[in-house]
Design a protein around this ligand. Structure first.
Ligand code: ADP
Ligand code: MG
Length: 700
C-alpha cells in the first residue's frame, strides 16, 4: 500500500471539507484508499437510449434524449414542485424537482437537446422522472468514455447534498490522476498467473472505468478473489495460531466410562455420521491443542448422544464437563435424558438453572469446586462467577445461535487454561458459509439421520380449513398420538400475541373438552416451575395437546408427538419453522406438520411455505433462507463484520470463496510463516490489512 493512499480524502482536488465530512459520515470514506475501495453496485449501459413511447413501467434507470418545452410550478402540501415537460419525437414525460428549483430555472434552457437520466415513475397515466441527471447532448457524447457507467453506493443525504453518482465518478477520476493509477500489487505473481488474474492496477482501473464488459468481469473476479483470499487467510492463521498457542488438556485415554457406555448402554447403533464426528472430536481431545469445534447437525440428527460420549472422554481423564443450553426447558430435558444414562455408570450429574433453589445451588457450587460433581447441565446460570469448577475439561454449548461469542469466551475463562469447547447448532448453514463465518472454528457435520425415520409430511392450510384440521387432530389422538399447536410470539407485539394464544387455547379447549382430552399450555409469561409442570405432563403422555408459543422451538424431544400445527405460519422465519417441525418425526409413526395461514401472504412468505412443503432437508432450507434474508441477518449482528464485504457476495460468489479458501490454505500449508520470497507480497498485504483495520473493515 503506498503512503499516498493514506492521504485524508479532504486533500483530493474537488473534495472540500464539506464533502469530505459527508463522505466520512455517510460512506465511511476517510482516505484515498477508502475511496478506491468504494466499488460500484452495478453498471449502466450509457450508450443505450430510450424513446419515450418505449418506456416500461418497470424500467430502472433510463436515458432519454429530448428537449424541455416548458416549465410549471405546482403547489403541494409544503412548498411547491417544479415540473418540466420533456419531449422527444415519440411523446412527453415530466421532469420533477422538489429542491434546487431556482438553480434549475436559471441554468436549464428551453429547446436545447439534453440527455435526461434517472429512474422513471408511472403516476397518473404518465411517466415522470424526479431529480434527473441532465447533460447537454454534445457534452454527454464527449464525456462518454465507456459504455458501462458505474453506479456507486449512495445515501439519501449524499444525493440531497449534491454528491451525485456523477460527482463520485469525477472525484474517482481525480484520484486516478493524482495517484497516476499506480497501485501496489497485492497478490503474488505465481498465483496470478496460475489463476489468470489481472493486475491490481488494471483491476482497479477497470472496475471504476470499465473499458469493456470482458475487462470488467476480469476486474471483478480478481478483486473478489483478493477480498475473499485475505479473509480466509486471516481466519486460517487465527485458527493455526490458536492451536499452537492455546494448549488444551490432552485427554490421553479412552477409559472405563466411554468403553462401558459404548459396549453396554448405548441405546442404539450410532449412525456413520455420528461415528465420524466422534472420531473427529476424539482426535482433537487427544491432541495438545485446545478444541474449538462446531458441530452442525439437522434437528433430530442425534447430537445429544455425541455430546454425552464426548463428556465421557473428559471424565475418563479425570476432568469435569458441562453442557449449556439456552432455555430452562431444554436444560431440564437434557438433564433428565442424560441422567438416565449416567445413572447406569454411577456418574454424578446435576442441573443448575435460574430456578434452582438456593440450598441446592450452594450444594452444587460446593461439589463442583471440590470435584465430586462430574457433569453439570444448565442454562446461562453456568456462567455466573460463583460457578467454579475444579477442573473443567470440556464445555459443550447447545444451539449456538442463542449464545454470543462473548459468552463462549466466558466459559473458557472458567479455568486457568481453557477447556475444550464444542458448540452444537441445529441451524445448519451451508458449509462454505460456515467456513467463512466461523472460520476460526473447526467444523463437524452430522449429515445423516438415524435409520427408520419417516420423513415428515408437511402441508399448508388456510384458516378456513380449520375444521378439517381439527378432525385430523382428533383422528391422530384416537390413535394414541400427541399434538403440538404453536403460536407466534414476537417481542414487539407480545400482548397481542399473548391474546391470540389465549383465544386459540380457548377455542381448542372448546373443541377438545375434558375429560376426553387434556391440554397443556406453555408460554413465556409462566413461571419456570409451571412451565416445567405442563411440559412434564405432556412428556409423560398425560396430556394429548400442547398449546405453546415458540418456547418449545429448541430441542424438545417427545417421540410420541406426531403432529405439529403452526398457527400464523407466515409470521415465522424459515429456520424457525424448520426447528418447530423438528419437534415431530422423532418416533416410529408417520408425522405431520400443518402450516396454518390467512389468505394474505407476501411473496417471501409464500416462498417460505413452499420450501417447507417441498423439503425436509435443513441444509436446503438454510440455502433458501440465506437467499431470502441475506447473510448478515442470519448469524445476528455478532458475526456480521466478517460478512461485511466490499465487492464479493458470499452467496453468489461461493465458487470464488472456495477457490480462495483452497489457495490460502495451500499457501499456508507449504509456507506457514509466509517467509518465502514468493509470498512476501502476501505477508506485506496481510500485515497492512491487520494494521489498517478501519480501512479494510471487512477483516473482522
Ligand atoms: P438433535 O440433534 O436434534 O439434538 P437428538 O440428539 O435429540 O437430536 O436426537 C433425536 C432422537 O434421535 C432422540 O430420541 C435420540 O435418542 C435418537 N437417536 C439419536 N441417535 C440415534 C441413532 N443412531 N439411532 C437411533 N436413534 C437415535
Ligand atoms: Mg438437540
Amino acid at each position: 500500500m503506498s503512503a499516498k493512499l493514506q492521504t485524508p480524502i479532504d486533500y483530493l482536488k474537488g473534495v472540500g471539507p464539506n464533502r469530505a465530512g459527508l463522505l466520512r459520515k455517510e460512506l465511511g470514506i476517510h482516505t484515498y484508499q477508502d475511496l478506491i475501495n468504494l466499488f460500484p453496485n452495478r453498471y449502466i449501459d450509457r450508450t443505450q437510449y430510450y424513446k419515450i413511447k418505449g418506456l416500461q413501467r418497470n424500467n430502472a434507470d433510463v436515458q432519454v434524449i429530448g428537449k424541455i418545452i416548458g416549465f410549471k410550478e405546482v403547489a403541494q402540501k409544503r412548498g411547491k414542485r417544479l415540473v418540466a415537460t420533456f419531449q422527444d419525437d415519440t411523446g412527453t414525460i415530466e421532469l420533477v424537482w422538489f429542491r434546487g428549483q431556482k438553480w434549475i430555472r436559471e441554468n436549464l434552457k428551453l429547446n436545447k437537446t439534453y440527455v435526461a437520466f434517472g429512474k422513471t415513475n408511472w403516476y397518473g397515466g404518465k411517466f415522470s422522472m424526479a431529480h434527473p441527471e441532465l447533460e447537454v447532448q454534445e457534452a454527454h457524447e464527449k464525456n462518454l468514455r465507456s459504455a458501462m457507467q458505474p453506479v456507486y453506493p449512495s445515501t439519501e443525504k449524499l444525493s440531497n447534498s449534491g454528491i451525485t453518482n456523477r460527482v463520485i465518478s469525477k472525484i474517482m477520476q481525480q484520484l486516478f490522476i493524482e495517484t497516476n493509477g499506480k497501485f501496489v500489487e497485492t497478490l503474488p505473481e505465481n498465483l496470478r498467473s496460475e489463476l489468470k488474474l489481472i493486475s491490481k492496477k488494471s483491476a482497479l482501473f477497470n472496475v471504476h472505468f470499465p473499458k469493456s464488459q470482458e475487462l470488467l468481469s476480469r476486474a471483478q473476479f480478481r478483486l473478489k478473489f483478493e477480498e475473499l483470499f485475505y479473509i480466509q487467510l486471516q481466519l486460517i492463521i487465527k485458527n493455526l495460531v490458536h492451536k499452537s498457542k492455546i494448549k488444551g488438556f490432552p485427554f490421553e485415554q479412552v477409559g472405563y466410562y466411554f468403553n462401558t457406555f459404548f459396549k453396554e448402554h448405548l441405546p442404539f447403533d450410532l449412525t456413520n455420521a455420528q461415528k465420524r464426528v466422534l472420531k473427529e472430536i476424539r482426535s482433537d481431545l487427544g491432541s495438545n491443542a485446545q478444541m474449538n469445534r462446531l458441530l452442525q447437525g439437522d434437528v433430530g440428527s442425534g447430537k445429544t448422544i455425541v455430546a454425552l460420549m464426548s463428556m465421557l472422554m473428559a471424565l475418563d481423564n479425570g476432568f469435569q464437563a458441562c453442557l449449556m443450553a439456552p432455555t430452562e426447558i431444554l436444560s431440564v430435558q437434557h438433564y433428565s435424558g442424560l441422567n438416565e444414562l449416567c445413572k447406569q455408570l454411577n456418574i454424578n450429574i446435576e442441573i443448575l438453572t435460574g430456578s434452582t433453589k438456593t440450598s441446592k445451588r450452594k450444594e452444587i457450587h460446593k461439589i463442583l469446586e471440590n470435584g465430586e460433581l462430574q457433569i453439570l447441565i444448565g442454562t446461562h446460570a453456568l456462567l455466573e462467577d460463583k460457578v467454579k469448577f475444579k477442573n473443567l475439561g470440556l464445555a459443550i454449548i447447545d444451539e449456538q445461535h442463542r449464545f454470543g461469542v462473548a459468552q463462549r469466551s466466558k466459559l473458557w475463562r472458567k479455568n486457568t487454561s481453557p477447556p475444550h469447547v464444542l458448540v452444537m447448532t441445529a441451524t445448519p448453514i451451508p458449509r462454505t458459509l460456515a467456513m467463512s463465518v466461523y472460520g476460526d472454528l473447526d467444523i463437524s457435520i452430522i449429515d445423516e439421520l438415524p435409520p427408520g425415520r419417516k420423513s415428515i409430511k408437511t402441508v399448508h392450510r388456510y384458516d378456513k380449513n380449520r375444521l378439517n384440521v381439527f378432525r385430523f387432530i382428533r383422528d391422530e389422538i384416537s390413535k394414541g398420538r400427541q399434538i403440538y399447536i404453536v403460536y407466534p410470539l414476537i417481542q414487539e407485539s407480545e400482548n397481542m400475541d399473548y391474546k391470540d394464544l389465549m383465544d386459540g387455547y380457548e377455542s381448542i379447549a372448546r373443541d377438545f373438552p375434558t375429560p376426553d382430552y387434556q391440554i397443556s399450555i406453555v408460554h413465556g409469561k409462566m413461571k419456570p416451575a409451571d412451565k416445567d409442570y405442563e411440559m412434564q405432563r405432556f412428556i409423560k403422555g398425560e396430556t394429548q395437546i400442547m398449546v405453546a408459543t415458540t418456547v418449545i422451538e429448541v430441542g424438545v424431544n417427545v417421540p410420541n408427538a406426531s403432529v405439529m400445527i403452526i398457527e400464523s405460519a407466515e409470521r415465522f422465519g424459515l429456520s424457525q419453522l424448520h426447528q418447530l417441525r423438528g419437534r415431530v418425526g422423532r418416533g416410529a409413526e408417520q408425522s405431520y406438520c400443518i402450516l396454518m395461514t390467512s389468505y394474505k401472504l407476501s411473496n417471501d412468505s409464500k416462498t417460505r411455505l413452499e420450501t417447507m412443503v417441498k423439503t425436509n432437508d435443513g441444509f436446503e432450507i438454510a440455502e433458501v433462507d440465506l437467499r431470502l434474508r441475506g447473510p448478515g441477518d442470519l448469524m445476528g449482528t455478532q458475526q456480521s463484520g466478517v460478512l461485511n464485504l466490499k465487492i464479493a457476495d458470499i452467496i453468489k460468489d461461493n465458487d470464488i470463496l472456495q477457490l480462495a479458501r483452497y489457495h490460502s490454505k495451500n499457501i499456508l500449508k507449504l509456507d506457514p510463516t509466509l517467509s518465502n520470497t514468493d509470498n512476501k507480497v502476501i505477508l506485506d498485504t496481510y500485515r497492512s490489512l491487520s494494521k489498517y483495520k478501519n480501512i479494510w473493515n471487512y477483516i473482522s
